[in-house]
Design a protein around this ligand. Structure first.
Ligand code: AHG
Ligand code: MN
Ligand code: MN
Length: 344
C-alpha cells in the first residue's frame, strides 16, 4: 500500500457511535416505544452540551459566582445553578416529551404544558455547584418516570413522588477533565464522551460494570463527630485496611470515579442533616438505578434506595452507594453498632 493510501485509510477511520445513533438503536429493543423517551434523552443531552459550554467558560463570561440568594432548601444558589435549571427546563418544555419537571432549584414541580406526553423528569441541574468557582468537576443528574395520571390531563404531585423502581431511564453528565454522559434505560449502563470539535457525544464506555469490591471510600470526614457509631466503626476498619480516601465534594464526580474503579460513596445522617444531605428523587434514585444496572448496590443503611416511597419532592435520605461488598460491609457495621448520631 502506498503512503498516500495509508494516509487515506487513517484519515477515513470510523469516528465511532454517536449518542443519537445509539439511542435510536436501543429503541429497537422496546417494540412498544414511540420514540418519546429517545426524544427526551436527546433534549437532555442537547441542554448538557450548552451547560458544558457555559461551564467551560465560567470565569470569562461572568457566569461564576452566586446569585446572592438561596434555593428552596436554604442552599446558596450559584449563577450556573440557575442557568442550568432554566436551560434544562427550556429544552424539556420545547422538546415536548416531558409533562412535568421537578428540579432541585424549584420549590414545586412545574407543569411543562405537554399534557399529551407520558414522562416526568426529575433533575439536579448542576451538582457540586460549590466547586464551580474553583474549576473542579461538576455534574447534572436526571431521572425519568412514566406518569401515573391519565395522558391528556395536567400532571399531579403523585406523578413525581414515585419510588425509584419506577424509573424508565436515568443518567448523569460529568463536566470533568472531559465531559461524559452516562445513562441507563434498564438494559445496562453506557457512557459517552463529548467530542467538542464535532459537538457530539460518542460511545466510549460500553456495558459499564462496577467491581464487586473496591479500595476507595468517599465521605466528608469533617463530619466525623456527627456520624452514627456504625459509620465510624466502618471508617476505622477502612483505615486499618489502608483503603484510599477520595472526596471531591461533587456527588457525580465521586460516584463516577468509584463506578469505574470500585469504591463506596457515603453520605450518612448527621446532626445537622438527620436524614442525610442528598435528595432522594434527583440525586439518590438516578444514581441507584445506574449502580444497580452496573452490578453495584445503593442503600440508605437498611433499605434499597430504589424501593423508598417518597413523601415529598425534596426529601433527603442517607446514601451508601457503590461496590456490592463495600455497601454490604457498611450495612453490617450499622447493624452491629446501631446507635444514632450523637447529639450536639
Ligand atoms: P448540589 O451542589 O447539587 O447542592 O449537591 C451538593 C452535594 C453533592 O454533590 C456532594 O457530594 C455533597 O453535596 C457534598 O456535601 P458536603 O459539602 O456536606 O460534603
Ligand atoms: Mn447535587
Ligand atoms: Mn445542584
Amino acid at each position: 500500500m502506498s503512503d498516500a493510501m495509508r494516509a487515506v485509510e487513517r484519515l477515513s477511520a470510523p469516528v465511532g457511535t454517536t449518542l443519537s445513533r445509539f439511542i435510536v438503536q436501543e429503541q429497537k429493543h422496546f417494540p412498544e416505544a414511540l420514540g418519546e423517551l429517545s426524544q427526551l434523552l436527546a433534549d437532555l443531552s442537547f441542554a448538557a452540551k450548552i451547560i458544558n459550554r457555559d461551564v467551560n467558560r465560567a470565569g470569562l463570561i461572568n457566569s461564576d459566582g452566586g446569585v446572592g440568594g438561596q434555593n428552596v432548601q436554604g442552599e446558596e444558589q450559584m449563577k450556573l445553578d440557575v442557568v442550568a435549571d432554566i436551560r434544562f427546563a427550556r429544552a424539556l418544555q420545547r422538546g415536548g416529551q416531558a409533562c412535568a419537571i421537578a428540579s432541585e432549584e424549584m420549590e414545586n414541580f412545574i407543569d411543562a404544558g405537554n399534557h399529551e406526553s407520558r414522562y416526568i423528569v426529575a433533575l439536579d441541574p448542576l451538582d457540586g455547584s460549590s466547586n464551580i468557582d474553583v474549576n473542579v468537576a461538576i455534574g447534572t443528574i436526571f431521572s425519568i418516570y412514566p406518569r401515573k395520571s391519565p395522558i391528556g390531563t395536567p400532571p399531579q404531585l403523585d406523578d413525581v413522588l414515585q419510588p425509584g423502581t419506577e424509573q424508565v431511564a436515568s443518567g448523569y453528565v460529568l463536566y470533568g477533565s472531559s465531559t461524559v454522559l452516562v445513562y441507563t434505560t434498564g438494559r445496562g449502563v453506557n457512557g459517552f464522551t463529548y467530542e467538542p470539535s464535532l459537538g457530539e457525544f460518542f460511545l466510549s464506555h460500553p456495558h459499564m460494570r462496577t467491581p464487586e469490591n473496591g479500595r476507595i471510600y468517599s465521605i466528608n470526614e469533617g463530619n466525623w463527630n456527627d456520624f452514627p457509631a456504625g459509620i465510624r466503626a466502618y471508617l476505622d476498619g477502612a483505615r486499618q485496611r489502608k483503603l484510599t480516601a477520595r472526596y471531591i465534594g461533587s456527588l457525580v464526580a465521586d460516584f463516577h470515579r468509584n463506578l469505574l474503579k470500585g469504591g463506596i460513596y457515603l453520605y450518612p445522617p448527621t446532626v445537622k442533616a438527620p436524614s442525610g444531605k442528598l435528595r432522594l428523587l434527583y440525586e439518590c434514585n438516578p444514581l441507584a438505578f445506574i449502580v444497580e444496572q452496573a452490578g453495584g448496590t445503593a442503600t440508605d443503611g437498611t433499605r434499597r434506595i430504589l424501593e423508598i416511597s417518597p413523601g415529598e419532592l425534596h426529601q433527603r435520605c442517607p446514601l451508601y452507594i457503590g461496590s456490592k461488598q463495600m455497601v454490604e460491609q457498611v450495612q453490617n457495621a450499622l447493624k452491629d453498632t446501631p446507635e444514632p448520631p450523637s447529639q450536639p
